[in-house]
Design a protein around this ligand. Structure first.
Ligand code: GUN
Length: 280
């Protein structure tokens, strides 16, 4: 069993991005990321702090627009319109979830698709589905980069994705399909989840439920990617029962230190991609 070490790979990627930001600076361009953070969800605040720190280390300028949860949708849309026009901002990210009174779709659609470094705009979703170049959501993109790094070719594999969110499961499904895996996608209404997961050469789980995947549900020799982030008794764990499942796997991601750091590395990578658009 080999651990898919996202922590080490993400620091290699971040070093490479630093070189690219240095090159861009020689051409007079400082890559810039704007983050919109609404409300006081502690996990969102933590994620945004991590994103800010990663930008700083990689030589990317970042600005966080913090807004109270009482903010109007109109105000958020005005902030986005301002950042769309700002030539120093290459990437715009609205941290989710948004408060319930705000229409998330409307907010995400207001972001200029050329600055949509989260890849949540329908324009970029459409390009991903069609297999065209665009911005791809950071977590599933990070999973693909991690698999590539370990020379895992997904072509022809039976892949099972558990979780069908817009942020993780659906784009993951499309990336795998574009790479010619045979993809089975499961969700809350799936009957007999184990009958699906047991068929998988590549099992990717992003649900947010600790202990969801047990050893009985995993095929011998499978590659297991755990995107879940759960706190149990103050400890960070994924959706996969690591102790039981790991011995059956050819490869498995640890939590923490697997997919999480890759997500941030891909955000930096998407921001650089957007910034390069300025000098092309
Ligand atoms: N909330 C949970 N995951 C994400 C993410 O990848 N991007 C944003 N913007 N918000 C999130």
């Amino acid at each position: 069993m080999t651990l898919l070490d996202g922590k080490t790979l993400s620091s290699l990627i971040q070093n490479d991005i630093k070189k690219q930001t240095d090159e861009l600076k020689k051409k007079g361009v400082t890559a810039g990321l704007a983050v919109v953070l609404v409300g006081d969800d502690s996990a969102s605040h933590l994620y945004v702090k991590m994103k800010e720190k990663a930008c700083e280390d990689a030589g990317i300028y970042s600005i966080v627009h913090k807004m109270p949860s009482s903010i109007s949708e109109e105000n958020i849309l005005e902030t986005i319109a301002m950042m769309n026009k700002n030539p120093n901002i290459d990437g715009i990210l609205v941290q989710l979830p948004l408060p319930r009174h705000v229409n998330q779709t409307k907010v995400l659609e207001a972001i200029d698709a050329a600055k949509d470094v989260d890849g949540f705009h329908p324009f970029n979703i459409g390009r991903l589905v069609a297999g065209l170049d665009g911005f791809v959501p950071c977590t599933p993109l990070g999973v693909m980069r991690l698999l590539e790094h370990y020379k895992i070719d997904v072509k022809g594999l039976n892949a099972c994705v558990v979780g069908a969110s817009n942020i993780v499961g659906k784009p993951m499904m499309n990336l795998l399909l574009n790479a010619f895996a045979t993809v089975d996608i499961c969700h809350i209404y799936t009957k007999d989840l184990a009958s699906h997961t047991k068929q998988a050469d590549l099992l990717i789980v992003g649900v947010g439920k600790a202990g969801l995947i047990t050893k009985e549900m995993v095929k011998e020799g499978a590659i297991v990617v755990d995107i879940g982030v759960n706190k149990v008794d103050g400890k960070l764990v994924g959706d996969v029962e690591f102790e039981g499942v790991a011995p059956k796997c050819s490869f498995i991601t640890p939590v923490p230190g697997g997919v999480g750091p890759m997500t941030i590395a891909m955000l930096l990578s998407n921001t650089i991609k957007a910034a390069k658009g300025r000098v092309l």
